[in-house]
Design a protein around this ligand. Sequence first.
Ligand SMILES: Cc1ncc(COP(=O)(O)O)c(C=O)c1O
Length: 381
Amino acid sequence: MRCVTGANRGATVTDAWNFEVELRSDPATAEARTAVLAKPGFGQAFTDHMVLAWWTTERGWHDQKVTPYAPLKVSPAAAVLHYAQEIFEGLKAYRHADGSVWAFRPEVNAARFSRSAQRLALPDVPQDEFVSALRALVTVDEVWVPEAGSGETSLYLRPYMIATEAALSVRPAGEVLFGVIASPAGPYFDTGPKPVSIWLSTTSIRATPGGTGAAKCGGNYAASLAALAEATANGCNQVAYLDAVERRWIEESGSMNLFFVYSDGRIVTPELSGSILEGVTRASVLELAADLGHKVEERRISADEWRDGIRSGEITEVFASGTAAVITPIGRLAWTEGDLTIGDHSVNHGVGPVTASIRSTLLDLQYGRTPDPRGWLTRLA
Ligand SMILES: Cc1ncc(COP(=O)(O)O)c(C=O)c1O
């Protein structure tokens, strides 16, 4: 049951959690909002409000609210600042042609948030409560969800949880903050998808067996930045990481899962090794590609198989999957001793036919342009 009452301070959004709503007295003007929505970029502008909820060992979750977007006040001794006890999620709210607003498989993000919380010794936010927090924010800030038909635009939602307890001893914090912020997102590629280049890192690894690679925690991303700088210095957009033990098996890129398309139509993606982030898009692509008639394989794939496959023509397309860029074609693989071009860049701007069809199948589903037989969409507003 969900209801929104009142328009001023003291109103509530009632769902799995009850959110007290404190509306901002100085929301963005319609002109300012329109200017942002005309060219939102990614993760640069934020909506008028945010969700906050507090947790303590004694009280559990309490004081859930939708409140004006503002800087947080945390102690300089907060555990998150010293020991990185933090997790986050990323998903989008899509406006459909009838004006309604939907999330794509938010329960899968909620389940991953729970797994990340467990790994980082943070408290659990149950699935219904997680989705209710998204709905509370989108309900209040619905005007920030870009109109349907304005390209691949959406409202990016960023739930997070940080350890706020002021204590310098290394132990799970007894005080925690959960929040959700929202940011209008434009198409990742202004002029349609373009192939990106990948730097195969042979010096940095992203995650180790038994480590935090399968969790969405800030520390993983901090540890990937030096390798990203190395990729940039070598003229590449992204990094692909190898496994930590044999330094042989492809894991994933810094923020996307990887897929390899073979000349016989097979699609291969690295199996979940315990150190790969299990992408919501990855799981969805596996099902949609099978619907489209592809044989899909989750298995180990080595860097040599990737390089040999490009050289022999057996691997015809490579793409990356993730919430932000949906499906991104990969057109080049570079490493310290070599550089290979993937696919035919003279056709369809280098976007292979399999990549293009999976991309449009997924987008059509997310924007409500095709039926949703699996019930992957959840209405938010
Ligand atoms: C390391 C990493 N791998 C894969 C993904 C793709 O996950 P999803 O499809 O859930 O966005 C992401 C993005 O969240 C990521 O950060």
